[in-house]
Ligand binder design. Structure first.
Ligand SMILES: CC(C)(COP(=O)(O)OP(=O)(O)OC[C@H]1O[C@@H](n2cnc3c(N)ncnc32)[C@H](O)[C@@H]1OP(=O)(O)O)[C@@H](O)C(=O)NCCC(=O)NCCS
Length: 176
């Protein structure tokens, strides 16, 4: 497992599935995510089985130091030739939002991604109506790289998608 200052990142387990179903059916959580269709236990079980085989994705559970599983984080679509991957994160337990857990979880996974997995770039996609996420990513060293205009539709209107990224030298340089 990966140990941060406030969180531990561990492998996801089959027994975590009921929590995933709760979080990913909560409109206040999925508003900020790409998923939008109500999620069944059966669908999530299938997703879990696929994760076990998928060498291009690593999903980890975010736990507080006292053992509360508050969310997940993942590196997706590993590109081994160009050394990059896409980061996704969701803290599903809403009372834990805004207390630094997301920042610590991302810094911890970036340390692993750049220091152990030999990635050169980690990027993510987020939405302009998620300032908490954008601030969290900036604190972790990600910068806005560009905007995909009107790429998503929420609440009856189109919004840009924001692409943010961080390079290994930037992250390790800042951590030194
Ligand atoms: C996005 C998310 C991972 C961030 O993790 P977190 O633990 O809540 O974030 P942190 O507490 O580490 O950092 C949030 C920062 O944003 C600030 N913030 C909170 N609400 C804000 C707002 N409305 N506007 C601007 N900044 C805000 C906080 O004050 C904090 O910054 P600070 O430390 O300088 O004070 C988490 O909130 C989450 O999973 N939300 C739901 C799903 C989601 O949005 N996923 C991301 C999809 S791209």
């Amino acid at each position: 497992m990966l140990v941060g200052e406030k969180v531990i990142l561990r492998a996801i387990e089959r027994s975590d599935i009921p929590r995933f179903v709760k979080w990913f059916n909560d409109p206040e959580v999925i508003r900020f995510l790409a998923m939008h269709v109500p999620l069944s236990v059966a669908a999530e079980e299938k997703w879990f089985e696929r994760q076990l085989e998928d060498k291009d994705t690593r999903v980890l559970a975010i736990e507080t130091k006292d053992g509360v599983h508050i969310g997940n984080l993942g590196l997706h679509n590993f590109n081994y030739r160009d050394s990059h991957a896409e980061l996704g994160i969701a803290i599903g337990e809403k009372e834990y939002w805004g207390q630094g857990y997301g920042t610590d979880a991302i810094r911890t996974v970036l340390k692993w991604a750049f220091g152990e997995l030999n990635l050169n770039r980690v990027f993510l996609r987020t939405y302009p109506f998620n300032p908490r996420a954008i601030r969290c990513y900036e604190k972790c060293g990600l910068v806005i790289e560009g905007r995909l205009r009107q790429a998503i539709y929420r609440d009856g209107q189109y919004h840009d998608e924001i692409v943010m990224g961080v390079l290994r030298d930037e992250f390790l340089g800042a951590a030194r």
